[in-house]
Design a protein around this ligand. Structure first.
Ligand code: ADP
Length: 340
């Protein structure tokens, strides 16, 4: 399912009937990159008006790769500030930290008992992580998708805005739900992924998905100089060797990124095709546009980070608001499974 963030829903939330519930989680990795924004956060922001939106900073998940307590605490706050700066509105959505609602881990354990190990072992992200951190193949990496399923279904969310890299996990969540419902009766809805118009944003290398762990990011809330440096390092059309060679915008990552930062991208593409403009010109223009586009968010981010108590208050309020929902699901699940 794709929802165009440009066609953002009406600002006012519908009243009366309960709005469909959506959920998404993001790891507290400190930086927010362009892939996060175009692939997921734009949809978080657009959908908070129309849906009952719950957004979670998944620190339990981050523990599968981060083992420094101070760093995790800092990054959790930074991610919250980043999301708020990019447009999450605590009056319209619920933003909280995963570990503040420990029911998630209890439900994850219960869901583990209906999840065959073979489903987890074949998950592409597990295989990737095993390659990325061969010195630290902890059990959390394997169980990761079960905890993710628990995050979603504990609130009985039916839609999950995520990037395409999460599609396999979402499919697994659906299988886990089916497995649970088959054994214990109809309890959870099958969650469905919601993608943006940019479901996979490539990194500056132009080959792999943009990702913190790969180190090919554009850090949209960073200093303007950093953004410029990262954009200027982007790999363009590798067959365009000389300035006079015609470019191929359809395979150029810089040209593709322009689609999201101005209505004139087709003119920019035309300039490349006819070699009127060179790759450097197109990158400089993109860097200028990114710096300008994200300047207000960066300002809000710095302002929020200067008031950490305000961020913590928003996160605490979010977790408190969710307590009755999590408790109600856990009551039902424990009863169905015979442990209450
Ligand atoms: P990362 O992959 O950098 O560690 P996360 O796993 O925390 O980022 O992802 C947070 C959200 O951003 C998820 O919904 C994910 O699908 C989305 N996302 C991350 N990277 C990209 C990308 N390169 N393109 C599209 N969406 C992405």
């Amino acid at each position: 399912m794709t929802i165009d963030p440009a066609a953002a829903p009406a600002r006012e939330a519908p009243t009366g009937a309960r709005r469909p519930r959506i959920f998404s989680g993001i790891q507290p990795s400190g930086i927010v990159h362009l892939g996060n924004d175009l692939g997921a956060i734009r949809n978080y922001v657009a959908l908070q008006a129309e849906y009952e939106a719950i957004y979670c900073i998944v620190d339990y998940h981050a523990l599968t790769s981060t083992h420094d307590a101070d760093q995790l605490r800092t990054r959790t706050r930074e991610m919250a500030a980043g999301l708020l700066a990019l447009g999450l509105d605590p009056d319209r959505c619920t933003l909280f930290v995963q570990s503040h609602r420990p029911e998630h881990t209890e439900l994850a354990w219960l869901l583990c008992t209906v999840t065959p190990v073979s489903w987890l072992e074949r998950t592409p992200t597990y295989k990737e992580k095993v390659e990325q951190q061969p010195h630290d193949i902890n059990h959390g990496l394997l169980t990761y998708p079960v905890l993710q399923a628990a995050d979603i279904v504990i609130y009985k969310a039916s839609l999950v805005p995520v990037g395409k890299d999460q599609a396999a996990h979402l499919e697994l969540s659906r299988e886990i739900v089916r497995s649970f419902n088959r054994r214990y009766g109809d309890t959870f809805p099958e969650p469905e992924a919601v993608f943006t118009e940019a479901p996979t944003v490539l990194g500056t290398d132009g080959v792999r998905k943009m990702s913190k762990s790969v180190g090919n990011t554009i850090d949209i809330l960073g200093e303007p100089d950093l953004i410029r440096k990262q954009v200027m390092s982007m790999v363009t059309d590798t067959l365009r060797i000389k300035r006079t060679d015609p470019g191929r915008p359809e395979v150029c990552n810089v040209c593709q990124t322009h689609r999201f930062f101005g209505p004139d991208y087709e003119e920019i593409w035309d300039g490349e095709r006819t070699a009127r403009t060179g790759c450097v010109d197109t990158k400089k223009l993109l860097a200028d546009r990114l710096v300008r586009h994200y300047a207000p968010a960066r300002e809000r981010y710095l302002e929020l980070m200067a008031h950490p108590a305000d961020i913590d208050e928003i996160l605490e309020a979010g977790a408190d608001r969710l307590r009755p929902k999590a408790a109600a699901t856990m009551d039902e699940v424990r009863r169905r499974m015979g442990i209450r």
